[in-house]
Design a protein around this ligand. Structure first.
Ligand SMILES: [Zn+2]
Length: 116
């Protein structure tokens, strides 16, 4: 996405954004103040710069295992293992997927050995 320009419209300001380099499609966001429009434009431009710089960078992380102990209605102790992303901390329930759905980190990073 690339910001084309900020322009004045009848009751506010608009940012025109090209959705891709190949297509001529332009979407417009409307704002009630020029300041808001300029702020969003800056954010979008900064975001784009970051994306092109970091495009080859892969975040490596691992699933942090935590054991939750709960008790069933009959008084049995239930141990359940839950996994959290070591990069963003997002919970992934009981599954260890190959990457984090939240931050996109690859789960091939280092894992501490002190776990059971
Ligand atoms: Zn994550």
């Amino acid at each position: 996405m690339s910001v084309v320009k900020v322009r004045e419209v009848c009751d506010g300001y608009a940012i025109d954004i090209k959705t891709s380099e190949e297509s001529a499609e332009v979407i417009s966001l409307f704002f009630n103040s020029q300041r808001n429009a300029e702020t969003v434009k800056r954010v979008l431009e900064a975001d784009e710069k970051e994306q092109t710089v970091d495009v080859a960078e892969v975040v490596h992380a691992y699933w942090e295992e935590t054991t939750h102990i709960t008790e069933s209605k009959r008084g049995r102790t239930i141990h359940s293992k839950l996994y959290n992303c070591s990069n963003c901390g997002a919970p992934n329930g009981r599954k260890k997927s190959s990457y984090c759905h939240w931050c996109g980190a690859r789960m091939d990073g280092e894992r501490r050995k002190n776990e059971k």
